[in-house]
Design a protein. Structure first.
Length: 235
């Protein structure tokens, strides 16, 4: 029987995350750390990508973002939460969020070992599958968007505008290169230095008299280097 427990660590302090991983490796070898993240948006993305059984979560993730915010953003929780924090005054909040444990820093390895052993005894509760959503950090917080709601993305300086269904839009507070990394899927294709499209949303591909695609009422240019790649999809 496989007794491995998968986990991720989310802590804004890199050295603290590394220290927790070292302690787990030494005293809890049955825990496989799938990755570490240091911001709210990266933490959400890591959880959605790796689907861990345990999330070791700090409470303070930045000046205005917390681990509680992360739990609020995720629509479904198919993992156990262990808060690992220097703050000793959020125990009641942790209970309300159904956290499995609350470990204070500096970490007592015996307490951590006991927590991991107790986690191994419980049977995971069945939950609804977590939708494969895309976390988009914007100026007003992190939004979780279903890929099918995205029409295309447009570079806007160091930001990226996500054009969505129903004439909605979101501004990603990072470059289009970062957007391209978020949209790792066969559905999405960068067809121009300034545009990424959802290939399932294309109404028409124009290869004569100006090369572009139509997505609803939007006209999006195709760079010469990407025309052949796009043509292979539709022609």
């Amino acid at each position: 029987m496989d007794l491995t427990q998968t986990a991720v660590i989310i802590d804004d302090e890199i050295h603290a995350a590394n220290n927790l991983e070292l302690i787990l490796n030494k005293y809890c070898p049955q825990v496989s750390v799938l990755g570490k993240a240091h911001t709210l948006s990266d933490g959400i993305q890591l959880i959605l990508k790796s689907d861990p059984q345990i999330v070791f979560l700090d409470i303070s993730l930045s000046a205005d973002e917390t681990g509680f915010d992360l739990l609020d953003v995720l629509p479904a929780k198919n993992f156990q939460v262990v808060f690992v924090t220097a703050h000793d005054n959020f125990g009641m909040d942790a209970i309300k969020r159904h956290a499995f444990d609350y470990i204070l820093k500096p970490i007592n390895y015996r307490e951590l070992v006991k927590c991991v052993q107790d986690l191994a005894k419980i049977t995971p509760k069945p939950t609804s599958p977590t939708p494969k959503l895309i976390p988009i950090p914007s100026l007003d917080g992190t939004h979780l968007i279903h890929p099918s709601d995205i029409l295309f993305c447009q570079a806007d300086g160091s930001y990226t505008k996500f054009h969505l269904e129903n004439n909605k839009s979101l501004i990603l507070s990072k470059s289009i290169k970062h957007a391209e990394q978020l949209l790792i899927s066969n559905e999405f294709l960068r067809i121009h230095r300034s545009y990424i499209i959802n290939t399932t949303k294309v109404n028409k591909l124009h290869t004569h008299d100006g090369k572009y695609v139509e997505i609803q009422s939007h006209i999006i240019p195709i760079s010469k280097s990407n025309l052949e790649k796009l043509s292979q999809i539709y022609l």
